[in-house]
Design a protein around this ligand. Structure first.
Ligand SMILES: O=C(CO)[C@H](O)[C@H](O)COP(=O)(O)O
Length: 270
């Protein structure tokens, strides 16, 4: 059950108060029904950072929600409320952000096991399976978040879906650029029964291929129907030689923090 924002229970209070940037408790007596999506993302992010303790090795996620968490970690380090944190960034963009905040950084080669990672997601299904990578960082995210003892996903409630692919948005697949049309065709044919459309992700006015931090392309898969057996789909995609990784994160999240108009909910994997 979601904890409603105006009546905080125990540890729900600090995240909300901090996220509302010092709004005095008295000003919170009316339900904050008009929270924007950005505010909800920030509330989820601040709540997740309560799980960060001094001395931890932390996976730093990518995207607009994760950005709030990285900002908050930087702020707590600056205030001296956290110490001896080492961040492992999941993208070049997050690396830049963390450097600008003075967060000490390292990598998976030096730290093969992390205590915790905090990241956003594009979709979360009832079993806490995820789609990630619409920001394009799925490969590094999967490497780093797969090496964590605890993986906290932070979302606003628009990301909750009945089944992956169910929001009508894409399931991304990172591929080696060589003969990408052939890989796109193989992906489309593989999911023909689910009404799959496979599109190269592009960017800019010239619609140039979007290039990931690893120098790869992304094929976005759009499904008309439920994909069905996700593990079988994952295995089949990964068997295509040019595929580096896909954006289905199955059985990886240990906790999902959902901020919605009615409150913030912390869901732990059973
Ligand atoms: O997977 C990701 C980037 O590769 C992001 O975490 C995901 O796209 C969610 O982004 P946002 O928080 O901006 O909605």
């Amino acid at each position: 059950m979601a904890i409603p924002y105006p009546r905080f229970v125990g540890s729900e209070q600090p995240a909300m108060e901090a996220a509302r940037m010092g709004t005095p408790p008295s000003a919170q007596s009316t339900p904050p029904v008009n929270l924007t999506q950005e505010e909800l993302k920030k509330i989820a992010a601040y709540k997740a950072v309560e799980y960060v303790k001094s001395g931890m090795i932390i996976g730093l996620g990518t995207g607009s929600t994760a950005k709030h968490a990285v900002d908050r970690i930087g702020e707590l380090l600056r205030l001296g409320e956290l110490r001896d944190i080492v961040g492992i960034p999941t993208s070049k963009k997050t690396h830049e952000q963390a450097v600008s905040l003075g967060i000490p950084l390292s990598d998976l080669d030096s730290h093969p096991v992390l205590h915790l990672a905090i990241d956003g997601a594009d979709e979360v299904d009832p079993r806490l399976n995820l789609v990630k990578g619409r920001g394009g960082s799925l490969l590094r995210e999967k490497m780093i978040e797969g090496a964590c003892e605890k993986f906290i996903v932070i979302i606003d409630d628009s990301k909750l879906v009945k089944f992956l692919g169910g929001s009508g948005l894409a399931v991304p697949v990172e591929i080696v650029p060589f003969c990408w049309k052939n890989t796109a065709l193989r992906l489309r044919e593989m999911f023909r029964d689910s009404g799959c459309v496979a599109k190269l992700r592009t960017c800019g006015e010239e619609a140039e291929p979007f290039v990931t931090d690893n120098g790869n392309y992304i094929i976005d898969l759009y499904f008309e129907k439920d994909i069905g057996d996700l593990q079988a789909a994952s295995d089949a995609i990964l068997r295509i030689p040019c595929v580096a990784e896909h954006g289905m994160f199955l059985d990886m999240a240990t906790t999902v923090i959902v901020a919605g108009k009615k409150g913030v909910e912390v869901i732990h994997k059973k």
